[in-house]
Design a binder for this molecule. Structure first.
Ligand code: ADP
Length: 355
């Protein structure tokens, strides 16, 4: 029913020679009931893509289907989707109940059906005791829940979320994230969720679509995207602090960077110019480690310590458990990396090289 198919979609703003192309032919298949997060830096085209699914932007080329129906020329109101925005304009003079019921009333849903749907949404969102309040009498998080309630009562084929948590503080964001997960478990409605926040993407997504400059870099589960990033862009974008990406020359079991030649725990996939990726959390400090790191700066974050240093001339970050002894500034420590934690990328295209 609620599967979404995006086929070779292009978006241009404006017409003729001055047109600005912002989406360059993207394709993705979202299964019925799946929770998909579209993630990427600001300006990469996430909202534009979502708004094309919603019908709020025209599709310049390609095709979008919701369920069995191609919706390119279907009005937003007839697409059977519900959107939740960052700016959830509730009607200030209406109660929570009326805010949730309003769309259904306009759609001439019978009153008993409206009552049943609003009560069900209120139960799921724990808004039962707030139904007679006006938005002014609610906290930001509660208002966001009412906005979700308004989407739920419509019983759409798909929910589209456009950065709905951006206005909330950190604690409330984490809490609302859990509520959205619960909501999805309970209702199982196909969801497309847009965010620039990779932590939000990792925690919410069943699969994520990582975008960059109007193109899809990778589609996969959070585990797959983290453990096998398809490009250097994804490697640097997903994970915090980002993966170390070292430009160098491979030759068998050695990798030469500016100022140092590192022995490798397993042979490079090929000789010549490559980029070697190593996550800060995948290195160990050991007296018998094979890579010398000159420590330049240390940050204590409570549970962990970030050690910034140089391999030869090249900056490199290490994440250590804070219970381990801290290295000293200026000291050269020895790093060890295990073979399964090496990521290789083509130096020109940035694409992952499969060993
Ligand atoms: P994101 O949601 O990833 O931050 P957007 O989809 O909002 O990115 O924008 C993608 C690109 O399209 C940006 O370069 C933006 O400036 C451009 N853009 C968005 N809306 C319009 C518009 N109405 N007219 C012209 N350019 C636009």
């Amino acid at each position: 029913m609620g599967a979404i198919s995006i086929r070779n979609v292009v978006k241009r703003y404006g017409r003729g020679p001055k047109a600005n192309q912002v989406i360059h032919g993207v394709s993705a298949d979202i299964a019925d009931g799946e929770f998909i997060v579209i993630v990427g830096p600001s300006g990469c085209g996430k909202s534009t893509l979502l708004r094309m699914v919603a019908g709020l932007e025209e599709i310049s080329e390609g095709e979008i289907s919701i369920g069995p129906r191609v919706v390119n020329d279907v009005e937003p109101a007839d697409r059977d989707i519900a959107m939740v925005f960052q700016n959830y304009a509730l009607y200030p003079h209406m109660t929570v109940y009326q805010n949730m019921a309003y769309g259904l009333k306009i759609a001439r849903v019978p009153p008993e059906e409206i009552e049943a749907r609003v009560q069900k949404a209120a139960r799921i969102l724990e808004l039962g005791s707030l139904l007679q309040r006006t938005p002014r009498q609610l906290s930001g998080g509660q208002r966001q829940r009412v906005a979700m309630g308004r989407a739920i009562v419509r019983q759409p084929q798909a929910f589209l979320f456009d950065e709905p948590l951006s206005n909330l503080d950190a604690k409330l964001r984490a809490q609302t994230r859990l509520e959205i997960q619960k909501l999805h478990q309970e209702l199982g409605v196909t969801s497309l969720f847009v965010t620039h926040d990779q932590v939000e993407a990792m925690t919410l997504a069943q699969r994520m679509i990582v975008m960059n400059a109007g193109r899809i870099e990778q589609i996969g589960t959070p585990e797959a995207v983290y453990s096998r990033p398809a490009t250097t862009f994804v490697a640097g974008f997903i994970g915090s602090p980002p993966m170390n990406l070292l430009q160098g020359q491979a030759d068998g079991s050695r990798f030469a960077l500016e100022g140092v030649s590192l022995p490798l725990p397993s042979a490079a996939p090929r000789a010549g110019a490559l980029i070697l990726g190593v996550r800060p959390e995948h290195t160990e400090l050991r007296p018998d480690g094979h890579w010398p790191l000159k420590v330049e700066m240390i940050e204590m974050l409570g549970a962990e310590r970030l050690v910034y240093g140089r391999l030869g001339q090249v900056l490199f970050t290490v994440r250590l458990d804070a219970t381990l002894p801290s290295p000293r500034l200026g000291e050269t420590v020895r790093l060890e990396v295990t073979p399964e934690h090496l990521h290789w990328f083509d130096a020109g295209s940035g694409q992952r090289v499969v060993p």
